[in-house]
Design a protein around this ligand. Structure first.
Ligand SMILES: C[S@@+](CC[C@H](N)C(=O)[O-])C[C@H]1O[C@@H](n2cnc3c(N)ncnc32)[C@H](O)[C@@H]1O
Length: 326
């Protein structure tokens, strides 16, 4: 049984106390799968080099844009799914940002990476163990029972999954990066309910929408959310292992056309969801698609793509930015 303790200045019933309480109820069986994967991959730093370079290029060019190329640091970055942090160069990130927030369910992984850089300790904020898709990791299959008497409850669960709330109380950041987390969230959902369950498709859509909304709500106005997602692996797309860098984008197009990709990761569907969100005042202003690349993970290779999503500025701020004085 979980014992819930309130620490610091949280009052029982306050928002942060409530969120912490919910996170303490995460299911250990769901969490353990991810922790085991992290332990299996922690030795693969060298194999991740190309993948890490691509993500670091994206982060560094975004930081440069946000500081207008001036030689100064951005305020903060949030790394969702930091885990072993093999897909980022953490000291280089800390050169670009004053504060680095790391969010993951796996506290051991994140703390051991952070502890390797004691000279940077004052820059790192660890938010773990944390469910990025809260309440996903506290749910059971009963929450999705299709019977009529569970309909209202099921709707509430879907609303909670798609809501923009739920990530640790982190102040709005300049940059938010999702490090191949979406497929992992969908994996957890597929453990809860099978893909042929009547609620699966709606739950997946809610989860994905919630992830995009949470990235946006963590970003400051004018800030950038970098959504990185794996889409297919060499298990079903053997050619990935031998393809050249130039061939990967075309190959991925073919795989998508053949419906050979992980459930819920189709980039065109995510793009249309971002388009829907762009109607909101706090939605995306621009979305750039980044060509897919290969992520080598030991025996297996993955194709990965990204979206660089710039959040809108409030309209009054836009006028000020456009006001050239003439
Ligand atoms: C594909 S890994 C990303 C790789 C990781 N950045 C690294 O270099 O090791 C996905 C990460 O997301 C974390 N994760 C999966 N589901 C999560 C959830 N619901 N909440 C928080 N973290 C989650 C896993 O623990 C893992 O560290």
């Amino acid at each position: 049984m979980w014992v819930i303790r309130y620490t610091g200045q949280d009052q029982p019933g306050s928002t942060s106390a409530t969120i912490r309480k919910r996170n303490l109820s995460m299911r250990s069986d769901l969490i353990q799968t991810h922790i085991d994967r992290n332990r299996e991959t922690e030795c693969l730093s060298e194999a991740y080099t190309g993948h890490r370079d691509r993500i670091m290029q994206l982060i560094a060019s975004t930081a440069k844009d946000l500081t207008d190329g001036e030689n100064q640091k951005c305020s903060s970055i949030v790394l969702l799914g930091g885990g072993n942090c093999l897909d980022v160069d953490l000291p280089a990130v800390a050169e670009l940002f004053e504060v680095v927030h790391l969010v993951d369910l796996d506290e051991t992984a994140v703390r051991s990476v952070v502890n390797a850089y004691p000279e940077r300790a004052n820059q790192f904020r660890v938010h773990a163990p944390w469910d990025i898709a809260e309440p996903l990791l506290s749910l059971t299959s009963r929450d999705f029972r299709p019977e009529e008497d569970n309909r209202d409850h099921c709707i509430k669960v879907l609303q909670a999954l798609s809501s923009e709330n739920g990530i640790a109380d982190i102040p709005e950041a300049d940059v938010v990066v999702s490090l191949c987390v979406l497929s992992q969230l969908i994996d957890s959902l597929a453990v809860l309910i099978r893909e042929d369950h009547p609620a699966f498709v709606n739950a997946l859509k809610a989860l994905r929408m919630g992830h995009l909304r949470r990235m946006l709500s963590l970003s400051r106005p004018g800030g950038v959310a970098i959504f990185v997602s794996d889409i297919v692996s060499s298990d079903t797309a053997e050619q990935l292992k031998t393809a050249t860098t130039e061939q990967i984008p075309e190959l991925v197009k073919t795989f998508v056309g053949e419906k050979n990709f992980f459930s819920g990761t189709n980039p065109s569907v995510i793009l249309s969801e971002l388009n829907v969100l762009s109607r909101l005042e706090t939605g995306p202003d621009t979305v750039h698609t980044i060509d897919p690349w290969r992520w080598d993970m030991g025996e297996r290779a993955y194709a990965v793509y990204a979206f660089r999503i710039q959040k809108k500025l409030p309209q009054s701020a836009e006028f000020e930015a456009d006001d050239t004085g003439d």
